[in-house]
Design a protein around this ligand. Structure first.
Ligand code: ADP
Length: 536
């Protein structure tokens, strides 16, 4: 027997209507330049959202077509976050920092129909995307940069388009909550990036979960500053949570300099912010020069929390860093830490370490550990296993796949490629990674791709790349290189060869020449042995 409750779709129009009705007076702030911000009300943003939806109709963007964005954290990007999915199209946020071939691949794979671009990104993005034949229009959002606008008939201006239409007069309706809402690509260890296709249901549920007091507790009194980019897993879902709760949103725009960010936090009395550890490390020297008494929670996610950094925050502003664990495939938040009753008697240092660990799974999501033998590992806090995750905000397969691939288990769990322990209270700790990737400043470097690029040099016999801890970036790649017999090669030669073959920030500072790369029994590079070699 079915229950007899209303089957109301969990879809983004509900979220839009709520902010419009209840929180029209609340604010969205976007930084344009040093001490220069634009401030709009949610009522204004919603009115512009309805205009933007009309623009999509006017440009004849088909239902469920992908709408690409190359944009910073800004009010206009928020308008796209709302208008595109509410109007039945799919928001495809693209990371402009990816290497040009990856961007080209992503656009083709997603088959983006129209693309929105911040003017300041044109010099980087236009040379990469102008040859993409599927793009009918490129809509430029003038963010005050003086970057020249290319002379191309496909280019249109965002504000002109918005001014020319009347706001959509029909109400948004997404009757099926499983309709796709947004698409975001994640870099795989090998091969091409893979698309994660979020549904209205998963986006709404994820936003609701971030409002839970035992997760981030986002609420109307918050002033939320997502520093994590809006092209990266929907800025961890923070904009949608802000919209749903009626919080103010403070967006750093194109500038992410630590001094500017901290001044923004102080002036707008930010209560909650999320960023990778590199950002918090950059802000540390400025902490005592600013009044950050408004801040109630700082999320340092996407990687481990460095306890020394967390202690510095605790001493300077009375607040340690809170960790959260997630992936593009998981919307992303699966775990975040908090002190529960079982931690009441711990000393302050141990409490800080608990808050700085990934913590327990948030409601509705589940995690488990699986050992090499395929059996579940007990939650004893010491036995490691592969972390697997399951829930309504977690991907079932990648975009374009007809069947779930190797990243998913037969019983439907996501294999995360992270190795973890879980304590008896469910608190997760990440201890290793099985995927061959280096995470630098919150962004991925594929070890395998970097190795292949190095080995494409005729003077190189073999090359293997490992990630090593780095004070500033979290991790940096180190290349181990075996030159061919008789070849003359130094570290600068290797770096010079990589220029133009990989993104600049992928190029390793450290290149170590060896006579042989250690191998596993099956003849593959043994990254474990290489890591041991590096430590000694
Ligand atoms: P995000 O950077 O938002 O977490 P990605 O999909 O780019 O999303 O990266 C996910 C991966 O980042 C995880 O599988 C894990 O390897 C690493 N990661 C994320 N959060 C943490 C964390 N709290 N501690 C350690 N590693 C983490």
């Amino acid at each position: 027997m079915h229950g007899l409750m209303q089957e109301r779709a969990l879809a983004l129009p509900l979220v839009l209507r709520r902010v419009e009705r209840y929180f029209g007076h609340k604010r969205v702030v976007t930084r344009r330049a040093a001490d220069d911000e634009t401030v709009a009300t949610w009522a204004e943003v919603c009115e512009r959202t309805r205009r933007l939806a009309a623009v999509l109709d006017h440009l004849q963007v088909p239902d469920q077509a992908r709408v690409g964005t190359f944009a910073w954290n800004s009010q206009r990007h928020v308008e796209l976050y709302l208008a595109v999915p509410c109007a039945g199209r799919i928001l495809h946020t693209v990371n402009h920092r990816l290497y040009r071939e990856q961007i080209g691949y992503i656009l083709e794979d997603a088959a983006d129909d129209v693309i929105f671009i911040d003017r300041s990104l044109l010099p980087v993005v236009w040379p990469v995307i102008s040859g993409y034949a599927g793009m009918r229009y490129a809509i430029v959002m003038d963010d005050g940069a003086d970057a020249p606008i290319p002379d191309d008939p496909r280019i249109l201006d965002y504000e002109t388009l918005l001014a020319e239409v009347t706001p959509l007069d029909r109400e948004f309706s997404i009757p099926d909550e499983n309709t796709a809402a947004a698409l975001c690509y994640t870099s795989g260890t090998t091969g091409n990036p893979k698309g994660v296709l979020y549904s209205h249901r998963s986006v709404v549920l994820h936003a609701v979960l971030l409002l839970a007091v035992d997760s981030f507790g986002i609420n109307e009194r918050d002033v939320i500053m997502p520093v994590v980019p809006m092209f990266h897993v929907n800025a961890w879902g923070l904009p949608y949570a802000a919209i749903l709760s009626g919080a103010d949103l403070v967006l750093p725009g194109p500038m992410t300099d630590p001094a500017g960010l901290i001044s923004l936090m102080e002036r707008y009395r930010v209560t909650f912010s999320g960023a990778v550890a590199t950002v918090w490390r950059g802000m540390r020297p400025y902490l005592t020069q600013h009044d950050l008494s408004s801040v109630r929670m700082i999320i340092s996610g996407g990687g481990a929390v460095d306890d020394a950094l967390s202690r510095a925050y605790q001493e300077a502003i009375g607040l340690p860093l809170t960790n959260a664990w997630g992936m593009t495939e998981t919307s992303p938040v699966v775990t975040t830490s908090r002190l529960a009753t079982v931690h009441d008697d711990l000393d302050p240092d141990t409490k800080r370490a608990v808050i700085g660990s990934p913590g327990p799974a948030i409601p509705l999501t589940e995690v488990r550990l699986v050992g090499d033998d395929g059996k579940e590992v007990p939650w004893d806090g010491t036995t490691p296993g592969e972390l697997q995750a399951m829930g309504p905000t977690i991907a079932a397969r990648y975009f374009g796949e007809t069947e779930p691939g190797p990243a998913f288990t037969e019983d439907g769990w996501l294999r995360t490629g992270d190795v973890a322990t879980i304590d008896p209270h469910g608190y997760v700790r990440i201890v290793d990674r099985t995927k061959d990737l280096v995470k630098s400043g919150g962004e991925w470097i594929s070890s395998v791709e970097l190795e292949n690029a190095i080995m494409a040099d005729a003077r190189v016999a073999e090359a293997a790349v490992i990630g090593v801890p780095d004070e500033r970036w979290g991790e940096r790649p180190v290349a181990y290189v075996v030159p061919k017999d008789g070849a003359e090669l130094d570290a600068d030669d290797v770096r010079k060869h990589l220029e133009g073959h990989v993104a600049r920030w992928w190029i390793p500072e450290q290149v170590v020449f060896v006579s042989e790369i250690p191998k596993t029994a099956t003849g593959k590079f043994s990254k474990r042995q290489l890591r041991q070699l590096h430590e000694h």
